[in-house]
Design a protein around this ligand. Structure first.
Ligand code: AMP
Length: 433
């Protein structure tokens, strides 16, 4: 089916063709006509499925028909959990709207707000924002929401995880009651539905059209997943070995803690491998430079904490490495979604130490299959990791993170970076008998 059959005008279709997209992805086929009809949507779609275009394209179509914009006003607000994702979505809007007369911008923390305020004076059709900076600028009356028509919440599950529910409540309280609501989430949990229900008096989870493309798709099929059992103290040597031995062209390496990211870069450099790290302690300018270098291929190996890596979209990333296995299965799926994007083949390699056993059980239970194990010559394991039991269920919630607060309207702002200090705990949970 061509894009023109979805009800998009010629300038939008041309812009999509310029991107080389041959046909709409499943989420685009499902969501675009519903959004064009003006209905609220709750969509379950993972990163890498083309979800951004599935909400951006119909917004462009709706706004293009009826252009009206006043100073300091915005017509669509796209909320994202991280700066990187905000920048990436705005870049996509710019590409898709290149033949239209519509404006867009991204606002996020970590950079000076003055130029953002200046740009808002004229009004912006589509604003992409992280919650904290948006609230700051709204308090300063740098923008007004009275003409807002569409609210998009992207990566809603991540918003919940990162403790943004209180901020989102505050933002929603400021918006006009009559508007279109679009909620996108990689996973659909009770917390996400509860957040959606807070959007209006009539519960959104009961009134919105639900669109899902991931219920049976545990992860993109083009991703080859495998794991290596390893002792904690040999991880960096193993990584260096694989990079050299298998002549990796590029790798995005996920690690749990900020200081460990910096240390790994030094360890790799000692072995002659040039790498860089991004995490919450690096300045926004530095993160952007490193990301640009990684995207252009000037930087081959990027070590990133989970939060900083959210929203990274590199066209043909061939490989991601879970240097530290994530605590949550959803996080595992998000991470490996960085490779094999839009049908490209990719591989996801996880280093698994004995202490990760319960996290591995949870991940493999969620995938409903065991991940292939590979042995690497020269790296015998002292502490064997048993084979997972696939009906594993966690007994309790993850250890309380400073940034992961329960739903609480009164909760204050919690920054994304705080959650990077979370340890992978594996001392709880149980195997269901
Ligand atoms: P997203 O899920 O929005 O992060 O998109 C993942 C990747 O798919 C991005 O690099 C998009 O540029 C790309 N993409 C989006 N829609 C299509 C399409 N219809 N055909 C091919 N690639 C697409």
């Amino acid at each position: 089916m061509p894009f023109s059959n979805l009800g998009l005008c010629d300038p939008i279709v041309r812009a999509i063709e310029d991107q080389g997209y041959a046909s709409p992805t499943p989420i685009q086929k499902k969501a675009i006509p519903i959004i064009l009809s003006g209905k609220d949507v709750i969509a379950t779609a993972q990163t890498g499925t083309g979800k951004t275009a599935s909400f951006v394209l119909p917004i462009l179509e709706l706004f293009n028909k009826d252009r009206k914009l006043r100073g300091k006003r915005i017509r669509a607000l796209i909320l994202t959990p991280t700066r990187e994702l905000a920048v990436q979505i705005e870049a996509n809007i710019t590409k898709y709207s290149k033949h239209l007369n519509l404006s867009s911008m991204a606002i996020y923390g970590g950079v000076d707000s003055e130029s953002q305020k200046q740009r808002l004076i004229e009004g912006v059709d589509i604003l992409v924002a992280t919650p904290g900076r948006l609230l700051d600028l709204a308090h300063q009356r740098a923008l007004h929401f009275d003409e807002l028509e569409v609210l998009v919440l992207d990566e809603a599950d991540r918003m919940v995880d990162m403790g943004f529910v209180g901020d989102i409540d505050k933002i929603v309280d400021r918006l006009p009651v009559t508007r279109q609501n679009l909620l996108f989430s990689a996973t659909m949990s009770h917390d996400v539905r509860e957040m959606a229900d807070g959007f209006s008096d009539s519960k959104m989870s009961e009134t919105a059209v639900e669109v899902s493309i991931s219920s049976n798709v545990k992860s993109a099929p083009s991703i080859k997943q495998w794991l290596i059992t390893v002792d904690k103290d040999t991880k960096s040597a193993l990584l260096s070995h694989l990079i050299k031995e298998q002549e990796w062209d590029q790798a995005l390496i996920f690690i749990e803690k900020k200081h460990a990211a910096a240390k790994l870069v030094v360890q790799l450099e000692k072995r002659g491998i040039k790498a860089e790290s991004i995490h919450g302690d690096r300045s926004q300018a530095m993160r952007e430079k490193i990301l640009a270098d990684f995207k252009s291929g000037n930087l081959k190996y990027l070590v990133a904490t989970g939060v900083a890596a959210r929203g990274i979209d590199i066209g043909k990333l061939s490989r991601v490495v879970n240097y530290d296995l994530p605590f949550k299965p959803e996080e595992y799926i998000h991470r490996i979604g960085r490779t094999g994007r839009a049908g490209q083949p990719g591989e996801a390699i996880s280093f698994v130490a004995l202490g990760d056993f319960k996290n591995l059980c949870a991940i493999e239970s969620r995938l409903n299959h065991l991940i292939d194990r590979k042995e690497i010559e020269g790296f015998p394991v002292r502490k064997e990791v048993p084979i997972s039991i696939l009906n594993y269920v966690r007994k309790s919630k993850p250890p309380v993170k400073s940034a992961s607060k329960p739903r609480n309207k009164a909760s204050g702002k919690v920054t994304a970076e705080k959650s990077e200090n979370t340890e992978n705990s594996s001392v709880w949970g149980q195997i269901k008998k």
